[in-house]
Unconditional design. Sequence first.
Length: 514
Amino acid sequence: MSFRARLTLTYLVLLTTALSGFGLWVYAYVDRNLHQEFYGSVQRQSIQLAKVLADDYDAAADRAGGTLAQWSNGQERDTYIVVETRKGKELGLGIVAKHPEDILAGVDLPSVPPGKVVTVRPSANQLGLPLAVYTERFEASKVVRQVGTNPPEKPKQTVKLEGQVTVARSLASVERSLRLLRTILIAGGLAVLLVAALLGLGLAAALLRPLARMRATAQRIGDERDFSHRMPVDGDPHDELGRLSLSFNQMLAELEQANLGLKTTLDSQRRFVADASHELRTPLTAIRTNVEFLARVPGARTEDRVEALRDVLIELRRMESLVGDLLALARLEAAVATPARRSFRLDHMLADVHRDALRMASPEVEVTLGPLPEVWVSGDRDDLRRAVWNLVDNALKYTRAGKIDLRLRAEDGKAELTVRDTGIGIATDHLEHVFDRFWRAPGVRGMAGSGLGLAITRWVVQAHEGTIAVESVVGHGTTFALTLPVVQGPPKRARRRDGELLGVSRVTGSGHHS
């Protein structure tokens, strides 16, 4: 069953429940009021007739064959009246009549207790009708004339009579009215449900039309794998469907961005695999060639053996650097973004990096170090040293002849460390990609390196709540500026052992450059 059909069916069930409840309430209300009014009419007629008989029994008896409307206020044709009188223990049927004017003979009305309207089923009375019966007792005086032989006048004698008036009225008219009401309620309810079903189907189709368009858009996105499509926002953007469309569009935008990032990452990874394969192939080939030479020529000259071993060590260092970058990349991919926190002197670390740079620099490159103020930062000293060394190592690789300047300054709770060189520089179009993983400028693809150093540097700096920026001019050099938050200093015990801590944490640059 479709959602539209389920929605319409739910609407019809609710409407049916509401109409049924309303119809039952109307029917019960009308039934109760009709019967109460009917019972009241029967009771009033009986009481009124009893009063007339009690006031003037003889006059009422003389008019027994007349129209009963003279006794009561115009009872209906379905009204039956029986008057019973008793003199002492003798019971006599004084007046028996049925409207309009005929005498009811041979029919007895049901006997009911006085003072209460009783409903009698058709099978429980001789009339075969549903009756509402009420009995009212009365006392009356009847004049009896004595008969003599030519009396000069007839003396009058008054006799006390006890009697009761029984009024029975057929409930057939009430039942007909209730049947008509039931027919109207049922037929009207069915008609209303039929119209509501047709309107509900149309209304559900109109309300679900935006969902149908959203489904078609989602299907097209799934078929074409194109996350640039967006859901149409129909009507009020602040209603449920509008918010759903906006949320779906936001999700599509994030999926599109993630998809683009995934494509970029895959392209970078493919490029990295090619570069890493090339970088690994070169040292491995050199190592294999030298080892084969040493194995094939065991009696080679000492100078040749030393040269071969030196080449093997150089290539092993290159492989060590590449493996270190790969380990750092694995750590980055694992999102280990919380470095071990410990306060240390950033100026001492920069001095260590400067000493290592002096050992690694070629004779044509001058490495200088500016004034070093005392600056304390909190974080992982080894990670930060690797990040700074990556900047210096890049400057050493791309500065064939010239100057590399290292500087440190502290201001407004921030420490700024800059590495400035006079090397080949970076094109303006490439500046936005220098921190991307696996990215290398086209002009330096053949040089040593994996394209991970600057990406690792940015990750380390961001993990330490810092920032890094780059400025460069092709042919004039590049400047990297690294900013970190400053702390107030180490605990007192760390201050006393500053020299020991510095000696323990100091490492060589050859094991950290990229």
